[in-house]
Design a protein around this ligand. Sequence first.
Ligand SMILES: [Fe+2]
Ligand SMILES: [Fe+2]
Length: 268
Amino acid sequence: MTTEGRSSGAGSFEEPHALGHDQFLDEVHSFEFWFQAVEGYLSGRPYGHSVGGDDDAPESDSARDALITTLCNYCIGETAALEASSGMIGFAPNRHAKIFLATQVVDEARHLEVLMRRLADLGVKDAETEIERRANPALRHFKKRLLQLVDGKDWEAAVFAQNVILEAMEFTVFQAHAERTDPITREVLEGIIKDERRHMGFGENDLGRRLIAAPHIRARLAEVRRELDPLVLDTFEHTLEQVGVPMDQRPELGRRYLASVTRLGFDE
Ligand SMILES: [Fe+2]
Ligand SMILES: [Fe+2]
């Protein structure tokens, strides 16, 4: 679990890793921790950025159109996370997890809000219609499967699909995009990336403990991964092309995603 963004002046907070297990969860899965984390990168940034003026839009119509398509698809991923994390509160195995998920719901709604605001800045009048029109079928399918796992109250599979696979996908794509976009979009994405890192930390921590206690879960998660990885890689292909990642660099980013899921301990 990352401690990034924590105020160093928070005297009442100990280093989380030095805490006992229950205390750790109590401390990290709290709005107190969340507030201290987000304060550093959200205050003074209405709608996720501090860049003034409006001369930062993409230079050509085709670049603007590609950015709109990309942001529309990010809105689908963020809506998936918003709906999934709120649904998971109802069957989360303990109160610490419910509180953490409530902070995640707020994060995901904020991500959706700032992305829709960016779409409006770029001249999109009807975001709902544009999102539907520009949706990547693989990402739409991913969302449907994630919400089915949530509907089935399958805690391990839902945490895995959302807090490991979806977050690792977003983390990799947003980073690649932030490196090659306009200043406003970059700052918006950098703020989102910091939240996604916290969400991945939750998944890693929760599933890591469960896999130690019940190793048989691993086989089922590997099955979920076999189904969802192709959808993620398909989404990657389209999005990386839209954000201008050269063709020869795309396989490396796909590998980075696969490696990050594997590093979290979820190899096939
Ligand atoms: Fe998000
Ligand atoms: Fe997230």
